[in-house]
Write a protein that binds this ligand. Structure first.
Ligand code: SF4
Length: 361
């Protein structure tokens, strides 16, 4: 666990970042300021339930104590650099920065059942999936637990209300930043912080078997989604380079382990790319891979990304693919194209902003 003086590599803030602190650390810090530890709960309630971004707004705390907190801690580290809303309000994208320099993005999705916050876990992504905008800018660093939490709370602040669901599907592979992702989940699930249920949280991975197996015990009931996107290694090796280290067979073994240990249904994300992974044989092979596994397949027709040459499958191809899975008794949905109009495939808003800021463009 990080101590009070911990800072993410590359950060220069001299004051500790409140959202990186455990509850115990915050209590210790507050006691060090001469106040009773219960004050920590008041501070946590303001930050995690009322989404304030300054100590001056914490009106039930003594003024002198608020001033001491202000001198000692920072609540926020991320600046809101840009937002982009889809026509109709189904989704809204947030670009967060550091000293106004674009860093990470989050997406708010409005479903019939409520609001979902989709957060990033890394600045850029080291995995390098060929269909992903995030790889273009390269990997810079992992986000800290506090920065991940701040993305989520920042969207709550923007909306002026709680978000009911949290998904780790933004930029980055969450399991390559395992400890910070787990710490962010643990913090947000506490009753004295945000108090979200683990069942309302989904972590999406391209498939790191050991991490999936660990998550079965560490996740405490949080859900898992696997971005599979291919039914054979030959295709998946080309789409997701990490597949060469962790082939489909090994990933599926870990997924079955997760389902068995947790008793949870897993989601399998499968992006349909015309002529690459959308054939009849692919659907049949996928049915075989998933036979007997309690899962829901989410088919995602390709969402165009400028500069990438994939094509979306036709509607009849999507329907046929879905029908083959259903005939093999696999539950399947086709994802509504939320965010398609606002460049909501991961990494696109950040890429556009960074590239348009670049002196070379
Ligand atoms: S799809 Fe996900 S894992 Fe793959 S490069 Fe993009 S952000 Fe990384």
């Amino acid at each position: 666990m990080k101590g009070l003086d911990s800072q993410v590599e590359g950060q220069t803030n001299s004051r500790p970042y409140l959202l990186d602190l455990s509850v115990g650390d915050l209590k210790t810090l507050i006691e060090g300021l001469g106040e009773r530890p219960y004050r920590a709960n008041q501070v946590l309630a303001w930050v995690y339930r009322r989404f304030v971004s300054s100590f001056s707004e914490m009106t039930d705390l003594p003024v002198a104590f608020r001033t001491r907190l202000e001198e000692t801690l920072v609540i926020n580290r991320l600046d809101l650099v840009a937002t982009q809303e889809e026509e109709g309000g189904w989704s809204k994208k947030f670009l967060w920065g550091e000293d106004r320099k674009p860093l990470v993005e989050s997406v708010l999705l409005r479903y019939k059942y409520g609001l979902t916050g989709c957060v990033s876990t890394q600045v850029g992504c080291p995995v390098g999936c060929v269909f992903c905008a995030s790889r273009v800018l390269g990997f810079q660093r992992n986000l800290s637990r506090g920065e991940i939490i701040e993305e989520f709370l920042g969207m709550c602040r923007d909306q002026g209300e709680r978000l009911g669901h949290l998904v780790f599907m933004g930029t980055g592979e969450p399991f390559l930043n395992y400890d910070e992702v787990l710490a962010a989940i643990d913090m947000l699930c506490r009753k004295d912080t945000y108090g979200i249920s683990r069942r309302k949280i989904t972590v999406s991975t391209v498939g790191i078997p050991e991490a999936i197996e660990n998550f079965a015990k560490d996740g405490g009931g949080a859900k898992l989604a696997l971005s599979l996107h291919a039914s054979k290694d030959e295709t998946r090796d080309k789409l997701i380079p990490l597949n060469r280290a962790y082939p489909i067979g090994r990933v599926m073994e870990a997924l079955r382990h997760y389902a068995e240990v947790t008793g949870q249904r897993v989601t399998v994300e499968y992006m349909l790319l015309k002529g690459i992974n959308d054939g009849r044989e692919d659907a049949l092979r996928l049915s075989g891979l998933l036979a007997g596994l309690d899962c829901l397949v989410n088919l995602i027709p390709w969402n165009e990304v400028p500069g990438l040459e994939f094509e979306p499958p036709g509607k009849s191809r999507v329907a046929e693919f879905k029908a083959i899975l259903e005939r093999n008794r696999i539950k399947v949905t086709v994802r509504r194209k939320l965010g398609g109009n606002i460049e909501a495939a991961c990494g696109q808003l950040r890429r556009r902003t960074v590239l348009s800021d670049s002196p070379d463009r």
